[in-house]
Design a protein around this ligand. Structure first.
Ligand code: SAH
Length: 259
């Protein structure tokens, strides 16, 4: 074999150059990735004005355009900072048109559902309202913003504690949060002008019907676990109960620990 010394040198030189270029290109690619991910992070951290804008859009498109009329309910939804009631890593999703996970397999309801259920109860200042299923505390905050005297029961201790803290931090400390079983209601505070149930029982709990004031309204999703339920508006008049089916819905189950 003929060995060409000159060629060998230039080959080694070429290999060195290629490896330097490769390293440089790899560095630039890494840098580009870092820049793109930093930019994306920057885009996902929203500031107070961004949240105000998202909340206004939510009110216009998800609520007003779909028929929510009550000025006071719209005002409450425009002012209560929903993003502060959801876990920090999903705050930028808080104004999406959907329910969101809040941990422990529970959810905060879709904004439209919160507004619709609230509007049905026609809440006015000083009304005494019982909520079953505190969850994130958001529904309770909306009712408190409207001036209602809110009593709310949550089965899971961790959620009861977390929501109580958020409500206090946001100056809704008048809301009374109790960790307990919603099927029993809150007998010591009964009767209530209205009851809102935000988890679905298979049938309307007797104790809640008893704790509803004469002339009072209860809104409750009723139906089988993990299936379509019916959102019912219950009215108590002269001791008689009337029931109206409003919407097909899907809520997390109202857990009955006695079963
Ligand atoms: N209103 C809430 C959403 C509720 S999700 C909000 O604004 O975020 C339903 C909640 O009902 C869950 O937190 C669940 O733990 C609670 N729950 C289920 N069964 C219950 C029961 N028997 N008594 C009280 N709370 C119950």
């Amino acid at each position: 074999m003929i060995f060409d010394k000159k060629n060998e040198k230039s080959n080694i030189f070429a290999v060195c150059l290629t490896s330097i270029f490769r390293k440089m290109i790899a560095k630039y690619i890494l840098l580009a990735f870092a820049l793109v991910s930093l930019t994306l992070q920057g885009l996902s951290t929203l500031n107070a004005q961004d949240y105000d804008r998202l909340r206004n859009e939510m009110v216009e498109k998800q609520l007003k355009d779909r028929g929510i009329k009550s000025k006071t309910v719209l005002e409450a939804m425009r002012n209560v900072p929903r993003h502060l009631f959801v876990p920090p890593d999903i705050q930028s999703d808080a104004y999406l048109d959907s329910p969101l996970p809040i941990g422990l397999e529970q959810t905060i309801s879709q904004p439209y559902m919160v507004a619709f259920m609230t509007e049905q109860l026609k809440p006015v200042g000083e009304m005494k309202i019982l909520e079953i299923g505190t969850g994130s505390g958001y529904q309770a905050a909306i009712l408190a913003y409207l001036g209602c005297d809110v009593y709310t029961i949550e089965l899971l201790e961790e959620l009861a504690e977390r929501s109580e803290k958020i409500l206090t931090d946001l100056n809704f400390s008048k809301v009374k949060v109790k960790c307990g079983n919603g099927y029993a209601g809150w007998p010591d505070e009964a009767p209530f002008d209205a009851i809102i149930v935000t988890a679905a029982p298979e049938k309307i709990p007797e104790a809640l019907l008893e704790q509803l004031k004469e002339g009072g309204k209860m809104i409750v999703p009723v139906g089988p676990v993990h299936s379509i339920q019916s959102l019912k508006l219950i009215t108590k008049k002269k001791g008689r109960i009337t029931e109206e089916n409003l919407l097909p819905v899907r809520f997390v189950p109202m857990v009955d620990r006695t079963k």
